[in-house]
Design a protein around this ligand. Sequence first.
Ligand code: CUA
Length: 346
Amino acid sequence: MISIRKTFSPSKILLTLGLLAVLPLAGCASSPTWFMPASSNAALITNLGTIIFAIAIVVFIVVESLLVYSVVRYSRKREGEPKQIEGNTKFEIAWTAAPALVLLVVFILSVQTLSQVAYTPSAASNPSGAAGGNAVHVRVVGHQWWWEFQYPELNITTANELHVPLNAVVNFDLESVDVIHSFWVPQLAGKTDVIPGHVNHTWFQANQLGTFHGQCAEFCGLEHALMRFEVVAETPDQFQTWVAQQQAPVAAMTGDAAKGEQLFLNGACIGCHTVNGTKAHGKVGPNLTHLASRKLFAGAVFDNTAVNLKKWLTNPPAMKPGTQMPNLNLAPADIDALVAYLTSLK
Ligand code: CUA
């Protein structure tokens, strides 16, 4: 028979507590983590999260210690039948007031952080922003299961890859064309719902260069987990270069790419996709005008390589089940020509 003392050995308890304490840190190594904020908003959220986490650890240790102590100290084996008592006013007041106090502190801190995050600095305090010192404005449209990013003032529409200048205030209008999604960049911005028929707002100001992962944070169907995007925070000069490149017309196609362009413009593709300066004006799928400039595709899930594009065109639902892009049963030669075209959309 196993004794209680053996089951609850101090080393086992310590090991369990240690494992529980490091569990939330397990995801820390890679980028999508709120532990390494890269904007003032994210820093406020990280601070709040850290304080609440610390409070939770203290509560956990106090409660578990009392529990383990009671189990060991007052075991039937040691003490026999305990003295039966009913009610203790002092204790009851204490264990009602203490959690209420903890919740009050958490509530006050949360409301404080909420109001700080909601405050948008004025465009005037944003000298390094694009468009002559104004804040950058992005319209975000959630789709099952990819992200559309429009820069209305800059005449740019792209997908899954958001570019922002360092230290510029970026204001977002968020909308959805289908179901409720949630815009979340753990290192830059807390979650904001993306709702059909309603415009939500959020903002951030990236204070670190780099690429930050974003993720849909509201369950939205089969490929919710593969509804990702990337935020590229770059110097104002790099941003202007990107803007100029995105605004440039598509180059004239030659060879296989020209053949692919003809297939694209005369096939089913234009029903869903837009390529600026052509007769392709579809709005269902991502705007492909400068597809080749993006690192990833299909909800920022696959590396944007010729090999992957070929696989994708061969059978999209096989690569991403549920995708609205159907298998068009294209001939292998046509797929090669289309890939040549798509990889030329720089
Ligand atoms: Cu979109 Cu989850």
